[in-house]
Design a protein around this ligand. Sequence first.
Ligand SMILES: Cc1ncc(COP(=O)(O)O)c(C=O)c1O
Length: 364
Amino acid sequence: MVTTKRVDLRSDTVTKPCTAMRAAMAAAEVDDDVLGNDPTALRLEAEMARITGKEAALFVPSGTMGNLISVLVHCDTRGSEVILGDGSHIHVYENGGIAAIGGVHSRTVKNNEDGTMDLDEIEAKIRDPRLELLYPNTRLICLENSHANSGGRCLSVDYTDRVGELAKKHGLKLHIDGARIFNAAVALGVPVHRLVQAADSVSVCLSKGLGAPVGSVIVGSESFIAKAKILRKALGGGMRQVGILCSAALLAVQNNAAKLENDHKNAKTLAVGLNEIKGLKVNVATVETNIIYVHLEETSCLTAEKLYKKLQQHGVVVVMLGGPYSIRIVIHHQISESDVQYTISCFKVIELHGLPCYMQDFVV
Ligand SMILES: Cc1ncc(COP(=O)(O)O)c(C=O)c1O
């Protein structure tokens, strides 16, 4: 089968810069950002500090670097310890950078299905400083909002505040990996600054749901950002006429944040549509933002890999994440309502039933 249609549902990182972004990049006012003089970078940073309610902000090349720098600023002594979720992006998908580069020890707490960690468990994992002869020194707690591995579930203001209080009680800092904090804020109906009020630092991705081609911003106090700037340079993340990237990111923040609600609506429609197809299971109630995990029922004659290949023949591209019987779909602003309907129709024509996979090897 030959199709010219392409519906790219791999991630919200796959968006292409729109015409207005390309025009803004071409016209961007720029200067040397390592010297602190790029006017467009300064404008983006001021805007992000304002939106998040923090004193200062810093543009960084990626979310991974944003998290790495933030953890390293808070854990400035090698052998410091961070408490974070066992399913968190920092722990699972960032190459162990905080350990490899910063000498930071991770102490994981189980992520619940909704992306939270139990407060009691967090508290139980904080090391007793009186035993510093033996223990690493707990310095930091990290949250992730929305929580990607849990299917984009949102941490509430109340939960975040309570983790913040716990951190304060023990003299710890709180960092939020807010790669999709705008998605969480929109889904919860609260302003971003309120959602991150309890955090000492937040890393916000501009190149995910917001649709910028490149970049993240970290926010925090003036002194946090001053230290972060030095680390960014040491890690090779200091860039020169970076206003070219920041101009597109500014448009993304100004124009695309409002589109996230529609992404969430499209995600829900797709989740409901797929869940109605025999052989597929989607926990619709857990689709709070733009991420959907689709599970093949055990009786299905397909594995995720086979389903992935069949979808590709129809021009629908997904990601195999979460085991041999699951795929992940992520909605973004360049996926329309008709793309969603087309995707549902493609799943419908794929033969999901027949002899279950685990029996196929026994057929001679
Ligand atoms: C929750 C979360 N944090 C951090 C990152 C890292 O962002 P980047 O790919 O820009 O390094 C990602 C990327 O997908 C993510 O999903």
